[in-house]
Write a protein that binds this ligand. Sequence first.
Ligand code: IFM
Length: 466
Amino acid sequence: MRLTRRDFLATTAAAAMLPRMASAAKTPGFPQDFLWGASTSAYQIEGALETDGRGPSIWDTFAAQGRIQDGSTATQACDHYHRFREDVALMRAAHFNAYRFSVAWPRIVPTGSGAVNAKGLDFYDRLVDELLKAGIRPLACLYHWDMPQALQDQGGWQSRAMAGPFADYARAVTRRLGDRVKDWMMLNEPNVVAIFGHGLTEHAPGLGLGEMGVLRALHHQNLAQGAALRAIRAEHGDARLGTVTSVQPCRPETPSDSDRAAAIRWDAVWNRVAVDGLLRGAFPDVLADKMADIVQPGDLAAIKFPVDLLGINYYSPNTMRHAPGRMFEVGWGKAPTDRFTAMGWPVQPDGLYEVLMEFKNLYGNPATFVAENGAAYDDVVSANGQVHDSERVRYLADHIAELRRALADGANVRGYLAWSLLDNFEWAFGLSKRFGLVRVEYDSQKRIPKDSYRWFAEFVKQVRGL
Ligand code: IFM
Protein backbone atom coordinates (compact mmCIF):
# COMPACT_ATOMS: atom_id res chain seq x y z
CA MET A 1 0.00 0.00 0.00
CA ARG A 2 1.28 3.46 -0.88
CA LEU A 3 0.11 6.42 1.12
CA THR A 4 0.71 9.83 -0.31
CA ARG A 5 0.82 13.10 1.56
CA ARG A 6 -2.32 14.05 -0.35
CA ASP A 7 -4.13 10.97 1.07
CA PHE A 8 -3.20 12.13 4.50
CA LEU A 9 -4.15 15.75 3.98
CA ALA A 10 -7.51 14.70 2.62
CA THR A 11 -8.64 14.50 6.18
CA THR A 12 -9.42 17.89 7.56
CA ALA A 13 -9.15 16.98 11.20
CA ALA A 14 -5.94 15.06 10.78
CA ALA A 15 -4.52 17.80 8.61
CA ALA A 16 -5.26 20.31 11.32
CA MET A 17 -3.08 18.30 13.69
CA LEU A 18 -0.14 17.97 11.35
CA PRO A 19 1.56 21.35 11.69
CA ARG A 20 1.58 21.00 15.44
CA MET A 21 3.06 17.53 15.32
CA ALA A 22 5.43 18.36 12.50
CA SER A 23 7.02 21.01 14.63
CA ALA A 24 7.02 18.55 17.52
CA ALA A 25 8.96 16.18 15.33
CA LYS A 26 11.62 18.77 14.63
CA THR A 27 12.10 19.44 18.31
CA PRO A 28 15.09 17.53 19.64
CA GLY A 29 13.96 14.68 21.81
CA PHE A 30 13.14 11.73 19.61
CA PRO A 31 16.36 9.82 19.04
CA GLN A 32 16.95 8.39 15.59
CA ASP A 33 16.60 4.80 16.85
CA PHE A 34 13.38 5.50 18.75
CA LEU A 35 10.86 2.68 18.24
CA TRP A 36 7.63 3.61 16.52
CA GLY A 37 4.88 1.14 15.81
CA ALA A 38 1.92 -0.70 17.27
CA SER A 39 1.06 -3.61 19.55
CA THR A 40 -1.37 -6.48 19.21
CA SER A 41 -1.98 -9.78 20.97
CA ALA A 42 -2.45 -13.27 19.61
CA TYR A 43 -5.93 -14.02 20.90
CA GLN A 44 -7.29 -10.65 19.86
CA ILE A 45 -6.28 -10.83 16.21
CA GLU A 46 -5.22 -14.27 15.03
CA GLY A 47 -8.44 -16.28 14.76
CA ALA A 48 -7.67 -19.84 13.55
CA LEU A 49 -8.37 -21.15 17.02
CA GLU A 50 -8.53 -24.75 15.89
CA THR A 51 -5.81 -24.62 13.28
CA ASP A 52 -2.47 -26.45 13.27
CA GLY A 53 -2.93 -28.16 16.60
CA ARG A 54 -3.69 -25.18 18.85
CA GLY A 55 -5.16 -26.27 22.20
CA PRO A 56 -8.01 -24.57 24.06
CA SER A 57 -7.32 -21.53 26.23
CA ILE A 58 -9.15 -19.99 29.15
CA TRP A 59 -10.63 -17.38 26.82
CA ASP A 60 -12.18 -20.06 24.60
CA THR A 61 -13.82 -21.47 27.72
CA PHE A 62 -14.94 -18.05 28.91
CA ALA A 63 -16.54 -17.31 25.52
CA ALA A 64 -18.18 -20.74 25.41
CA GLN A 65 -19.71 -19.95 28.81
CA GLY A 66 -21.50 -17.01 27.16
CA ARG A 67 -19.51 -14.38 29.06
CA ILE A 68 -18.63 -12.10 26.13
CA GLN A 69 -20.96 -9.10 26.23
CA ASP A 70 -21.83 -8.92 22.53
CA GLY A 71 -21.93 -12.70 22.14
CA SER A 72 -19.05 -12.66 19.65
CA THR A 73 -16.03 -14.93 19.74
CA ALA A 74 -12.42 -14.71 18.62
CA THR A 75 -12.86 -17.69 16.30
CA GLN A 76 -12.00 -15.54 13.33
CA ALA A 77 -11.16 -12.15 14.88
CA CYS A 78 -8.94 -10.41 12.28
CA ASP A 79 -7.88 -13.69 10.66
CA HIS A 80 -4.33 -12.46 11.13
CA TYR A 81 -3.12 -16.06 11.19
CA HIS A 82 -3.78 -16.15 7.47
CA ARG A 83 -3.49 -12.45 6.63
CA PHE A 84 -0.35 -11.52 8.52
CA ARG A 85 1.50 -10.55 5.33
CA GLU A 86 -1.16 -7.95 4.53
CA ASP A 87 -0.94 -6.66 8.11
CA VAL A 88 2.85 -6.40 8.01
CA ALA A 89 2.49 -4.49 4.73
CA LEU A 90 0.24 -2.01 6.54
CA MET A 91 2.92 -1.50 9.17
CA ARG A 92 5.61 -1.08 6.59
CA ALA A 93 3.53 1.49 4.72
CA ALA A 94 3.15 3.38 8.00
CA HIS A 95 6.97 3.53 8.38
CA PHE A 96 6.94 1.47 11.59
CA ASN A 97 10.27 0.18 12.80
CA ALA A 98 8.85 -1.90 15.67
CA TYR A 99 5.92 -4.19 16.39
CA ARG A 100 4.93 -6.00 19.55
CA PHE A 101 2.92 -9.16 19.13
CA SER A 102 2.25 -12.02 21.50
CA VAL A 103 2.87 -15.70 21.10
CA ALA A 104 -0.13 -17.90 21.90
CA TRP A 105 0.91 -20.35 24.63
CA PRO A 106 -1.85 -22.82 23.61
CA ARG A 107 -0.46 -22.95 20.07
CA ILE A 108 3.00 -23.89 21.32
CA VAL A 109 2.12 -26.19 24.23
CA PRO A 110 -1.49 -27.17 23.52
CA THR A 111 -1.84 -29.24 26.67
CA GLY A 112 0.03 -26.79 28.87
CA SER A 113 3.02 -28.98 29.53
CA GLY A 114 4.89 -31.64 27.64
CA ALA A 115 4.92 -31.85 23.87
CA VAL A 116 5.75 -28.73 21.88
CA ASN A 117 3.66 -28.16 18.75
CA ALA A 118 6.08 -27.39 15.91
CA LYS A 119 3.29 -26.10 13.66
CA GLY A 120 2.43 -23.44 16.19
CA LEU A 121 6.03 -22.25 16.19
CA ASP A 122 6.04 -22.31 12.39
CA PHE A 123 3.45 -19.54 12.31
CA TYR A 124 5.59 -17.16 14.39
CA ASP A 125 8.59 -18.12 12.33
CA ARG A 126 6.81 -16.92 9.22
CA LEU A 127 5.61 -13.77 10.95
CA VAL A 128 9.07 -12.87 12.25
CA ASP A 129 10.65 -13.37 8.84
CA GLU A 130 8.03 -11.15 7.26
CA LEU A 131 8.64 -8.43 9.85
CA LEU A 132 12.38 -8.52 9.42
CA LYS A 133 11.98 -8.36 5.66
CA ALA A 134 9.93 -5.19 6.17
CA GLY A 135 12.61 -3.66 8.43
CA ILE A 136 10.41 -3.95 11.52
CA ARG A 137 11.92 -4.99 14.85
CA PRO A 138 9.81 -7.74 16.43
CA LEU A 139 9.15 -7.49 20.17
CA ALA A 140 7.57 -10.74 21.29
CA CYS A 141 5.44 -11.08 24.39
CA LEU A 142 5.04 -14.56 25.84
CA TYR A 143 1.83 -14.19 27.81
CA HIS A 144 -0.98 -11.93 26.75
CA TRP A 145 -3.77 -13.62 28.74
CA ASP A 146 -4.38 -16.86 26.82
CA MET A 147 -3.42 -19.54 29.33
CA PRO A 148 -3.87 -23.11 28.10
CA GLN A 149 -7.08 -24.45 29.64
CA ALA A 150 -5.19 -27.58 30.74
CA LEU A 151 -3.09 -25.44 33.09
CA GLN A 152 -6.12 -23.59 34.38
CA ASP A 153 -7.53 -27.00 35.26
CA GLN A 154 -4.47 -27.45 37.47
CA GLY A 155 -5.07 -24.15 39.27
CA GLY A 156 -3.80 -21.58 36.79
CA TRP A 157 -2.34 -18.44 38.36
CA GLN A 158 -3.84 -19.38 41.72
CA SER A 159 -1.12 -22.02 41.85
CA ARG A 160 2.64 -21.60 42.35
CA ALA A 161 3.13 -24.55 40.01
CA MET A 162 2.76 -22.47 36.82
CA ALA A 163 6.37 -21.24 36.96
CA GLY A 164 7.75 -24.53 35.61
CA PRO A 165 5.44 -24.85 32.57
CA PHE A 166 5.83 -21.16 31.77
CA ALA A 167 9.63 -21.36 31.81
CA ASP A 168 9.52 -24.50 29.65
CA TYR A 169 7.28 -22.75 27.15
CA ALA A 170 9.58 -19.69 27.16
CA ARG A 171 12.54 -21.96 26.41
CA ALA A 172 10.73 -23.64 23.51
CA VAL A 173 9.77 -20.34 21.89
CA THR A 174 13.11 -18.61 22.31
CA ARG A 175 15.05 -21.65 21.08
CA ARG A 176 13.10 -21.45 17.85
CA LEU A 177 12.95 -17.67 17.34
CA GLY A 178 15.81 -16.33 19.46
CA ASP A 179 18.20 -16.17 16.51
CA ARG A 180 16.01 -13.42 15.02
CA VAL A 181 13.92 -12.00 17.85
CA LYS A 182 16.06 -10.19 20.40
CA ASP A 183 13.36 -8.45 22.47
CA TRP A 184 11.37 -10.70 24.77
CA MET A 185 8.60 -9.49 27.03
CA MET A 186 7.33 -12.03 29.58
CA LEU A 187 3.84 -10.92 30.60
CA ASN A 188 1.28 -8.36 29.54
CA GLU A 189 -0.50 -6.54 32.38
CA PRO A 190 -0.36 -9.14 35.16
CA ASN A 191 -2.40 -6.72 37.28
CA VAL A 192 -5.34 -6.75 34.86
CA VAL A 193 -5.22 -10.55 34.70
CA ALA A 194 -5.21 -10.81 38.49
CA ILE A 195 -7.84 -8.15 39.21
CA PHE A 196 -10.40 -8.79 36.49
CA GLY A 197 -9.88 -12.52 35.99
CA HIS A 198 -9.21 -13.69 39.55
CA GLY A 199 -10.50 -11.08 42.00
CA LEU A 200 -13.51 -10.14 39.89
CA THR A 201 -15.30 -12.04 37.15
CA GLU A 202 -15.10 -9.83 34.04
CA HIS A 203 -12.15 -11.60 32.41
CA ALA A 204 -11.21 -15.23 32.00
CA PRO A 205 -11.01 -17.35 34.03
CA GLY A 206 -13.62 -15.22 35.85
CA LEU A 207 -13.08 -16.63 39.32
CA GLY A 208 -14.35 -13.79 41.57
CA LEU A 209 -12.07 -14.73 44.47
CA GLY A 210 -11.65 -11.25 45.91
CA GLU A 211 -8.53 -9.71 47.41
CA MET A 212 -6.49 -12.82 48.16
CA GLY A 213 -7.30 -14.21 44.73
CA VAL A 214 -5.85 -11.03 43.20
CA LEU A 215 -2.68 -11.12 45.26
CA ARG A 216 -2.07 -14.83 44.68
CA ALA A 217 -2.48 -14.41 40.91
CA LEU A 218 -0.12 -11.43 40.93
CA HIS A 219 2.50 -13.20 43.01
CA HIS A 220 2.40 -16.38 40.98
CA GLN A 221 2.69 -14.48 37.72
CA ASN A 222 5.69 -12.67 39.22
CA LEU A 223 7.26 -16.03 40.09
CA ALA A 224 6.58 -17.47 36.63
CA GLN A 225 8.04 -14.34 35.06
CA GLY A 226 11.20 -14.64 37.17
CA ALA A 227 11.59 -18.29 36.16
CA ALA A 228 11.12 -17.51 32.44
CA LEU A 229 13.52 -14.54 32.54
CA ARG A 230 16.22 -16.74 34.04
CA ALA A 231 15.52 -19.61 31.66
CA ILE A 232 15.90 -17.35 28.63
CA ARG A 233 18.92 -15.50 29.98
CA ALA A 234 20.71 -18.81 30.54
CA GLU A 235 20.53 -19.60 26.82
CA HIS A 236 20.41 -16.20 25.10
CA GLY A 237 23.09 -13.86 26.33
CA ASP A 238 22.28 -11.31 23.63
CA ALA A 239 18.51 -11.13 24.29
CA ARG A 240 16.92 -7.94 25.62
CA LEU A 241 14.57 -9.14 28.33
CA GLY A 242 11.67 -7.42 29.98
CA THR A 243 7.99 -7.43 30.65
CA VAL A 244 4.96 -5.21 30.12
CA THR A 245 2.91 -3.70 32.91
CA SER A 246 -0.09 -1.44 32.96
CA VAL A 247 0.87 1.59 35.01
CA GLN A 248 -1.82 4.13 35.80
CA PRO A 249 -1.41 6.91 38.35
CA CYS A 250 -3.89 6.42 41.19
CA ARG A 251 -5.32 9.76 42.22
CA PRO A 252 -7.80 10.36 45.05
CA GLU A 253 -11.19 11.67 44.00
CA THR A 254 -11.19 14.15 46.89
CA PRO A 255 -8.47 15.31 49.30
CA SER A 256 -10.16 13.43 52.17
CA ASP A 257 -7.93 11.08 54.19
CA SER A 258 -10.11 8.13 53.26
CA ASP A 259 -9.91 8.76 49.50
CA ARG A 260 -6.18 9.34 49.74
CA ALA A 261 -5.72 6.08 51.58
CA ALA A 262 -7.87 4.34 48.95
CA ALA A 263 -5.63 5.73 46.19
CA ILE A 264 -2.52 4.48 48.00
CA ARG A 265 -4.05 1.01 48.43
CA TRP A 266 -5.07 0.81 44.79
CA ASP A 267 -1.68 2.07 43.64
CA ALA A 268 -0.12 -0.78 45.64
CA VAL A 269 -2.35 -3.38 44.00
CA TRP A 270 -2.50 -1.97 40.50
CA ASN A 271 1.06 -0.73 40.07
CA ARG A 272 3.48 -1.72 42.79
CA VAL A 273 3.17 -5.47 43.27
CA ALA A 274 4.30 -6.06 39.71
CA VAL A 275 6.80 -3.20 39.35
CA ASP A 276 8.39 -3.25 42.82
CA GLY A 277 8.56 -7.03 42.78
CA LEU A 278 10.49 -7.06 39.53
CA LEU A 279 12.69 -3.99 39.95
CA ARG A 280 13.23 -3.95 43.71
CA GLY A 281 12.43 -7.42 44.99
CA ALA A 282 9.98 -5.83 47.40
CA PHE A 283 6.27 -5.46 47.98
CA PRO A 284 4.38 -2.35 49.10
CA ASP A 285 4.05 -1.92 52.85
CA VAL A 286 0.27 -1.48 52.76
CA LEU A 287 -0.07 -5.06 51.48
CA ALA A 288 2.53 -6.61 53.78
CA ASP A 289 0.05 -8.45 56.04
CA LYS A 290 -1.85 -9.97 53.18
CA MET A 291 1.23 -10.89 51.14
CA ALA A 292 2.71 -12.62 54.19
CA ASP A 293 0.20 -15.43 53.71
CA ILE A 294 1.37 -16.01 50.14
CA VAL A 295 5.07 -15.21 49.88
CA GLN A 296 7.54 -17.96 50.75
CA PRO A 297 11.22 -17.61 51.66
CA GLY A 298 13.31 -16.92 48.57
CA ASP A 299 10.40 -15.68 46.47
CA LEU A 300 11.45 -12.04 46.37
CA ALA A 301 14.91 -12.94 45.13
CA ALA A 302 13.35 -15.19 42.48
CA ILE A 303 11.13 -12.33 41.26
CA LYS A 304 13.68 -9.50 41.11
CA PHE A 305 15.52 -9.36 37.78
CA PRO A 306 17.71 -6.80 35.99
CA VAL A 307 15.48 -6.27 32.97
CA ASP A 308 16.81 -4.58 29.85
CA LEU A 309 13.59 -3.01 28.66
CA LEU A 310 10.32 -2.42 30.45
CA GLY A 311 7.06 -1.97 28.57
CA ILE A 312 4.54 0.46 30.04
CA ASN A 313 0.90 0.42 29.00
CA TYR A 314 -0.85 3.69 29.70
CA TYR A 315 -4.47 4.61 29.03
CA SER A 316 -5.67 6.88 31.84
CA PRO A 317 -5.24 7.57 35.53
CA ASN A 318 -7.41 5.80 38.10
CA THR A 319 -9.47 8.22 40.17
CA MET A 320 -10.12 6.38 43.41
CA ARG A 321 -12.52 6.75 46.28
CA HIS A 322 -12.94 4.92 49.56
CA ALA A 323 -15.65 2.29 49.04
CA PRO A 324 -16.29 0.16 52.14
CA GLY A 325 -17.40 -3.36 51.32
CA ARG A 326 -15.66 -3.42 47.94
CA MET A 327 -12.45 -5.26 47.10
CA PHE A 328 -9.57 -3.45 48.85
CA GLU A 329 -12.27 -0.97 49.92
CA VAL A 330 -11.82 1.06 46.75
CA GLY A 331 -14.12 2.24 44.00
CA TRP A 332 -13.66 4.35 40.89
CA GLY A 333 -14.59 8.00 41.37
CA LYS A 334 -15.36 10.69 38.85
CA ALA A 335 -12.35 11.80 36.84
CA PRO A 336 -11.89 15.57 36.46
CA THR A 337 -12.36 15.72 32.69
CA ASP A 338 -15.14 15.76 30.14
CA ARG A 339 -13.19 13.72 27.60
CA PHE A 340 -13.96 10.00 27.65
CA THR A 341 -13.35 7.17 25.20
CA ALA A 342 -15.94 4.62 24.13
CA MET A 343 -14.72 2.43 26.99
CA GLY A 344 -15.78 5.21 29.37
CA TRP A 345 -12.09 5.78 30.19
CA PRO A 346 -11.13 9.39 30.93
CA VAL A 347 -8.64 11.02 28.57
CA GLN A 348 -5.92 12.56 30.74
CA PRO A 349 -2.65 12.62 28.79
CA ASP A 350 -0.66 14.21 31.63
CA GLY A 351 -0.83 10.82 33.38
CA LEU A 352 1.59 9.44 30.80
CA TYR A 353 4.15 12.11 31.68
CA GLU A 354 3.64 11.33 35.36
CA VAL A 355 4.20 7.60 34.87
CA LEU A 356 7.30 8.00 32.71
CA MET A 357 8.84 10.48 35.14
CA GLU A 358 8.07 8.14 38.02
CA PHE A 359 10.29 5.49 36.45
CA LYS A 360 13.01 8.08 36.15
CA ASN A 361 12.69 9.44 39.66
CA LEU A 362 11.73 6.38 41.71
CA TYR A 363 13.26 3.43 39.89
CA GLY A 364 16.63 4.66 38.66
CA ASN A 365 15.53 5.50 35.12
CA PRO A 366 15.43 2.04 33.51
CA ALA A 367 14.98 1.79 29.74
CA THR A 368 11.24 1.82 29.07
CA PHE A 369 8.95 2.00 26.10
CA VAL A 370 5.27 2.77 25.81
CA ALA A 371 4.00 -0.67 24.85
CA GLU A 372 0.33 0.33 24.57
CA ASN A 373 -1.49 3.62 24.30
CA GLY A 374 -4.65 4.26 22.36
CA ALA A 375 -8.40 4.60 22.51
CA ALA A 376 -11.63 2.96 21.46
CA TYR A 377 -14.16 5.21 19.77
CA ASP A 378 -17.44 4.50 18.04
CA ASP A 379 -16.00 4.86 14.56
CA VAL A 380 -18.25 5.11 11.54
CA VAL A 381 -17.46 4.47 7.92
CA SER A 382 -18.38 7.62 5.99
CA ALA A 383 -20.11 7.69 2.64
CA ASN A 384 -16.69 8.02 1.02
CA GLY A 385 -15.63 4.72 2.61
CA GLN A 386 -13.20 6.41 5.04
CA VAL A 387 -13.10 6.46 8.82
CA HIS A 388 -12.61 10.01 10.07
CA ASP A 389 -11.57 9.26 13.64
CA SER A 390 -10.44 12.71 14.65
CA GLU A 391 -10.85 11.99 18.36
CA ARG A 392 -8.35 9.14 18.12
CA VAL A 393 -5.92 11.43 16.26
CA ARG A 394 -6.25 13.93 19.07
CA TYR A 395 -5.77 11.22 21.69
CA LEU A 396 -2.55 10.01 20.06
CA ALA A 397 -1.20 13.50 19.44
CA ASP A 398 -1.84 14.58 23.03
CA HIS A 399 -0.16 11.51 24.47
CA ILE A 400 2.84 11.69 22.18
CA ALA A 401 3.25 15.31 23.25
CA GLU A 402 3.39 14.17 26.90
CA LEU A 403 5.88 11.47 25.98
CA ARG A 404 8.07 14.07 24.31
CA ARG A 405 7.83 16.25 27.41
CA ALA A 406 9.01 13.34 29.57
CA LEU A 407 11.87 12.63 27.18
CA ALA A 408 12.92 16.27 27.32
CA ASP A 409 12.89 16.00 31.12
CA GLY A 410 15.24 13.03 31.08
CA ALA A 411 12.97 9.95 31.11
CA ASN A 412 14.73 6.99 29.50
CA VAL A 413 11.96 6.14 27.03
CA ARG A 414 12.92 4.17 23.94
CA GLY A 415 9.72 3.81 21.97
CA TYR A 416 6.02 4.33 21.48
CA LEU A 417 3.69 1.60 20.25
CA ALA A 418 0.05 2.45 19.67
CA TRP A 419 -2.72 0.11 20.75
CA SER A 420 -3.63 -1.20 18.34
CA LEU A 421 -2.75 -1.83 14.72
CA LEU A 422 -6.16 -3.33 13.98
CA ASP A 423 -9.62 -3.26 15.45
CA ASN A 424 -9.78 -6.55 17.31
CA PHE A 425 -11.42 -8.80 19.88
CA GLU A 426 -11.59 -6.57 22.95
CA TRP A 427 -11.90 -9.36 25.51
CA ALA A 428 -15.19 -9.26 27.44
CA PHE A 429 -16.49 -6.60 25.02
CA GLY A 430 -15.94 -8.89 22.07
CA LEU A 431 -15.81 -7.23 18.67
CA SER A 432 -17.87 -4.25 19.78
CA LYS A 433 -15.01 -1.91 20.80
CA ARG A 434 -12.66 -0.61 18.15
CA PHE A 435 -9.12 0.44 19.12
CA GLY A 436 -7.46 0.06 15.72
CA LEU A 437 -5.54 2.47 13.54
CA VAL A 438 -6.97 0.26 10.85
CA ARG A 439 -10.64 -0.70 10.77
CA VAL A 440 -11.46 -4.36 10.22
CA GLU A 441 -14.75 -5.26 8.57
CA TYR A 442 -15.17 -8.61 10.29
CA ASP A 443 -17.50 -10.12 7.68
CA SER A 444 -15.25 -9.47 4.70
CA GLN A 445 -11.97 -9.05 6.62
CA LYS A 446 -11.39 -5.89 4.62
CA ARG A 447 -8.84 -3.54 6.22
CA ILE A 448 -9.67 0.20 6.07
CA PRO A 449 -6.85 2.46 7.28
CA LYS A 450 -8.43 5.20 9.41
CA ASP A 451 -7.43 8.85 9.49
CA SER A 452 -5.47 8.03 12.66
CA TYR A 453 -3.42 5.53 10.70
CA ARG A 454 -2.61 8.14 8.04
CA TRP A 455 -1.84 10.73 10.67
CA PHE A 456 0.45 8.41 12.63
CA ALA A 457 2.15 7.20 9.45
CA GLU A 458 2.90 10.76 8.38
CA PHE A 459 4.08 11.67 11.86
CA VAL A 460 6.42 8.67 12.06
CA LYS A 461 7.74 9.43 8.62
CA GLN A 462 8.59 12.96 9.61
CA VAL A 463 10.02 12.16 12.98
CA ARG A 464 12.22 9.40 11.52
CA GLY A 465 13.38 11.80 8.84
CA LEU A 466 12.25 9.53 6.00
O1 IFM B 1 -7.07 -4.73 24.44
C1 IFM B 1 -6.39 -4.50 25.63
C2 IFM B 1 -5.05 -5.21 25.63
O2 IFM B 1 -5.19 -6.57 25.39
C3 IFM B 1 -4.38 -5.03 26.97
N1 IFM B 1 -4.33 -3.62 27.33
C4 IFM B 1 -5.51 -2.84 27.21
C5 IFM B 1 -6.14 -3.03 25.85
C6 IFM B 1 -7.44 -2.20 25.75
O3 IFM B 1 -8.35 -2.63 26.70
